[in-house]
Design a protein around this ligand. Sequence first.
Ligand SMILES: [Zn+2]
Length: 504
Amino acid sequence: MDNSRRWGWSNPPFTHEKLCCVWAATRGLLTLVLLLTTGGWMSPVVAFATPADGAIFDITWSASCQTPPAEAVTALDYAAGLWGTWISSTVPIEVRACWKSDLGSGVLGTGMPAGYIRNFPHAPQVNTAYPRALANALSGSDLHPELGDIRLEFNANLTWSFATTTSGGGNDFVAVALHELAHGLGFIGNLYVSHNTGFCGDGPFGSLYPCPTIYDRFAVDSDNIALFSYLPGDPYALAARLKSDANFGGPNTRVANAGMAAKLYTPAYWQQGSSFSHLDQATFESGENRLMTPSYSSARHPGPVTLGIMQDMGWLRVDGVPNVVTSGSRIVGVGTATPFTGTLLWDGYTGQSITYTWTTAEMTATRPGLSAADVISVTWDAPGEKSLILTATDGESSASAVRSMLAFAASVDGPAEGKTDRAYAFTANVTLDGYPVTYTWEATGQSPVTSGDNSVTFTWPVSGTQTITVTAVIEGAQTQAVHTITLEETVYRYLYLPLVQRTF
Ligand SMILES: [Zn+2]
């Protein structure tokens, strides 16, 4: 399709609410023209059986909206069932759908996560907001059973084709539903531009839309620099990239995209709801990955790039490709070896030799000749946020998983010199705020002291160099710091005073 068709939208309708949508293509004619894509790649539409571990969708049409036609209900169920042939969850995904007539003109539908969750059990990446459906899938439980997971809206004013098993042409409802469901499953970013300034979760949308999300985490520019790393230092550079050079750089996406990060939609003026949260129109509009371009397409399959994006974010795929998952601590102590496990989840695994490659910023460990799991021990030597990327391959197929964790260090403040028989206080500090810490103090000639208190007092009766070691533990992860104090013998002159007097 001609990318210029959407330029008729000088004022996108979403100026204060973050919705993601698929736009009807238009040439800006007097009469809105909903163009149909009839040529090009068309995914085979076949009868399917939902895999046993494919995601199940529990769809509720909102009673506060219009009553949808029965065919729309059936077609949305069908589209959700298709997603269930591509991704896995043991937790039913709760969808709230709305049939309404006041969507912006030209907007076929909208889709977004109903909410996000961070730092839940088994979250692969620390301090990262996951869309609720994905957080539930990763944790294996409904983290907020009282809340829905995905919000969808569909334009009641349009003439739709509700055909299911065959692509209907016209405004193919199944194709639009597949697109909007992808947004609800997490194909949506919360980095944005306002007044030529880039924001991530702390601007006008920040309280509703946390950042970074798992989608934001993988956004890179052409120099492979993470976009959200431009904050807080250079919000103008972030804005510039969000309007010209944003790409999804996850490892599974790269494999699906000839080794390259997938170009995201970054028009020169920011379009809230469209920019950054879609694949680039010009790059992908004519191919098998066109479902997630911002303009309407009739695609009924996400294509390998979008499925790679889903997999990078943490969705397990059930369409026959390998998956690999990692487990381990989200907090690690500097200087302490920490184990991480990688597990292959793949129906196609028949015992062939698997090579596991673990990569951090500091090292790469390649471990060939293994089977369905591997365990590695990693030691970091400096605090901060760390990433650990695992790629598993049998030489033909591969899958990757990205973890991130926080490494913390400890230090001890206290005097370096002193005298015997005097009390000296020592204070431990850790580089991670906001977590309960347990400290165990061990010092030369002293009994160990364990408490949640970060200070301790020791008195030594003998001179010389004394070593104080503190072990700080957060969530089972530990690190140590060492301090020394050199003591001189205290000379008790006043004790000798009576002797002196007696000699007179
Ligand atoms: Zn969209």
